[in-house]
Design a protein. Sequence first.
Length: 55
Amino acid sequence: MQDYRLDPPEADEFIPHCPVCGRECDTLYIDARGEVAGCDRCISLEDAYEYLYEE
Ligand SMILES: [Zn+2]
């Protein structure tokens, strides 16, 4: 364990983390309501027809 009072993690403050999965990310995906839907690490693209209609 690091003692952050003596050694503050300055660099970490500038690394964006996804509010959905918590991982470091470069890209956030915003949905139609303006809310974060996820990031490039936790969003996956699916074929809509296969996703909705395939058993
Ligand atoms: Zn994410």
